[in-house]
Write a protein that binds this ligand. Structure first.
Ligand code: SF4
Ligand code: SF4
Length: 133
């Protein structure tokens, strides 16, 4: 069992990930059970039961789910984190591709598009890395 005190509750590992051509991308779309005010899981005690896609630490590491600065993976040799930043060119198109792949509806797209744009501003692509046990 992982040491849960390591988690800084940034909530980023609870965003949906997509593997595209062997590269894992962190999408701007959070798990439906993530409380976006507190960054805490609303079903924490039952998370694996309620959400079969919720990953424990070991599985999350194997699936490149944690951002590079997450304490669970920081300094972990050979670990490749997911890409969190939108591409420098074609960010909107890429956003739509991620949303299409995940079957995200129009309302949710609107809600997270602004965040996606802000996330990409002034930054290049960054390699960083689903849920702690
Ligand atoms: S496990 Fe890591 S990425 Fe996930 S919320 Fe905690 S600190 Fe953030
Ligand atoms: S811990 Fe699992 S179920 Fe809870 S918000 Fe994160 S990914 Fe979703």
């Amino acid at each position: 069992m992982a040491d849960e005190s390591l988690c800084r509750r940034c909530g980023r590992c609870c965003h949906k990930k997509l593997d595209i051509g062997g590269v894992v991308y962190m999408t701007p779309f959070p798990c439906r059970y993530l409380d976006e005010e507190t960054n805490l899981c609303k079903v924490y005690d039952r998370r694996h039961e309620v959400n079969p896609d919720c990953l424990g630490v070991e599985e999350g590491i194997k699936r490149h789910a944690f951002p590079a600065d997450c304490p669970y993976v920081r300094g972990l040799k050979g670990y490749v984190p997911p890409i969190e930043e939108p591409p420098a060119k074609g960010a909107e198109r890429f956003f739509d591709l991620l949303a299409d792949e995940l079957g995200v509806g129009p309302e949710e797209r609107e809600r997270y598009k602004a965040r996606w744009k802000v996330r990409g501003k002034g930054k290049g692509r960054r390699r960083e890395a689903s849920s702690p046990d």
